[in-house]
Write a protein that binds this ligand. Structure first.
Ligand SMILES: [Zn+2]
Length: 513
């Protein structure tokens, strides 16, 4: 785990905490287990810290890719009856990406799930990443966290929250030694938060069924196990916290191979290259802040002798990494040249070709070539919003196009593409921010201020949101407009009251910690 830099607030385990009621905490359920709603509140309080963490990253490309797998698995879990309605309703089912090179993935209370770019960077197929997600999703659907918390009867939920945040911080820098980060308590916390062996086996078993139901190759599990196994042989595997929380026992491996053999599958069958997964992996490695020297080495790779003779998957991943590395090293012309080379190389693979085009558009936007973005991503390239208004499919195109449209003086079109999206997905802070920019460009001050406020709400920055909504209210008092503005003003009044109430509640909760 390492999505957080937030300082640990863990108390000494065993310290007598005030009774629950006195602390205004939700009481535990009948069987001593938290209700899903209580667990969600606990998760929300952890997430507030994570969103403020500079290592939390909203990358539309990696985010959409991971979310696509996540949504498919949710559907699979639902179809297999592994997703009780109450959990589906109460939990967040949200994936948070951590800009961290270490290989890690973890479920958090309330249906949140943390995934490090480092892990996305080492998988070679969609199925392998899906196997990790399916396993962690099964920890969530089986309520393993709530079961663990209830087993720690001496710990209050908020103390548990503090411990989890502490542990996230502790694993941040494996080289520095986890003990330093939380004052010597990391080992104790680790021991208390690890799932039992039975829970791990249950997550493997249920995860396997969900993975298969969702249409992924069961080989993904064994492929991932092989990666973990070879990493565990390294003398220094400090970059693999996932291996510490998920020891790869011979039993787990044998169970997984047996599952496949019983279906007539060969657990050691060769896996064909998944170009898109390799490109997303390359992107994740570059975004994971590998340092300037590594970026330079990656940027130079396509210039190496024998590069052209390498197999396509290897070449494509190198070109992607080199292009993005050059962009980070501020050499956009070189980055764009390599992205064009990539686009030609992967033209035969629909999914990889789209990734290459998105990269070209991203680099064009960075180079200030908004018109080129719109040529690369015409309106028809933007998939229509999904009917259930969920998921992130098409989000990279939406955000890139909106930014480009706003720059070329078509902010009106940008706003009308973003409006339905945010009304279906009000937690999309970046889309709200893009909408604020589009309104701002049209001098629609009131709407721009409100969109800025909604972006802050989505980022769980309630104080900032109140500030924006207040500014909007002031503006509308000083500049009374027509009917449309009146309606907007009354929405803003209501949003201000709601956000103030939520902020007051949050401060009350925090004062009790
Ligand atoms: Zn597990």
């Amino acid at each position: 785990m390492a999505l957080g830099t937030t300082q640990a607030r863990a108390q000494t385990p065993g310290t007598t905490a005030p009774p629950l009621a006195q602390r205004g905490l939700p009481s535990l359920g009948d069987a001593g287990m938290m209700t899903p709603l209580e667990e969600r509140k606990l998760g929300d309080s952890i997430i507030r810290d994570l969103y403020r963490d500079p290592d939390y990253i909203d990358d539309p490309v990696v985010g959409e890719y991971v979310d696509g797998i996540w949504q498919a698995l949710l559907k699979g879990a639902r179809a297999r009856g592994e997703l009780p309605e109450e959990l589906e309703e109460r939990y967040a089912w949200e994936v948070l990406l951590g800009r961290d090179r270490s290989i890690n993935a973890f479920a958090l209370p309330g249906g949140y799930f943390g995934l490090h770019l480092g892990l996305v960077g080492v998988v070679s197929t969609r199925d392998e990443l899906a196997s990790v997600l399916a396993h962690e999703m099964s920890h969530i659907t089986q309520r393993h966290i709530a079961r663990m918390i209830s087993q720690q009867s001496r710990q209050t939920p908020l103390m548990m929250a503090a411990m989890i945040v502490g542990m996230l911080a502790a694993s941040k820098n494996p080289q520095a030694g986890t003990a330093l980060a939380v004052g010597g308590q990391a080992a104790i916390i680790q021991a208390q938060l690890n799932y039992s062996r039975d829970m791990e086996r249950e997550a493997d078993r249920i995860g396997y069924g969900v993975l298969e139901q969702a249409g992924f190759a069961p080989r993904g599990f064994t492929g991932m196990f092989e990666k973990l196994q070879s990493a565990s042989r390294l003398s220094d595997n400090g970059d693999w916290p996932y291996l510490r929380s998920h020891p790869l026992t011979t039993q787990r491996i044998a169970d997984m191979q047996q599952r496949q053999r019983s279906q007539g599958l060969n657990p050691a069958a060769p896996v064909s290259a998944d170009l898109q997964a390799l490109l997303i992996g390359a992107r994740s490695r570059v975004l994971g802040r590998p340092g300037v020297d590594v970026l330079r080495a990656w940027a130079a790779e396509p210039d190496g002798a024998g590069f052209a003779a390498q197999p396509l998957p290897k070449r494509a991943a190198s070109l992607y990494a080199a292009a993005l590395a050059h962009a980070q090293l501020r050499d956009l012309p070189r980055a764009q040249g390599l992205a064009t080379q990539l686009a030609l190389a992967v033209a035969g693979d629909m999914f990889a070709a789209r990734q290459a085009r998105l990269l070209q558009a991203e680099l064009a936007l960075q180079a200030g070539q908004a018109a080129r973005v719109l040529t690369l991503l015409p309106a028809s390239s933007q998939p229509p919003a999904s009917p259930d208004g969920k998921g992130q499919a098409g989000r990279p195109e939406l955000l890139l196009r909106a930014a480009a449209l706003t720059q070329v003086g078509q902010a009106n079109e940008a706003a009308s593409s973003l409006q339905p999206w945010v009304s279906d997905r009000p937690r999309d802070a970046s889309a709200w921010q893009a909408l604020a920019a589009a309104y701002g460009a049209q001098e629609q001050v009131l709407r721009a201020l409100r969109a800025e406020g909604e972006a802050r709400v989505a980022q769980r920055e309630l104080a900032g949101a109140v500030d924006r909504f207040r500014a909007a209210q002031d503006y509308s008092r000083k500049n009374p407009g027509g009917n449309a503005d009146l309606i907007e003003a009354s929405i803003i009044d209501a949003r201000l009251r709601e956000t103030q109430a939520a902020l007051a509640q949050q401060r009350q909760d925090e004062a009790k910690r």
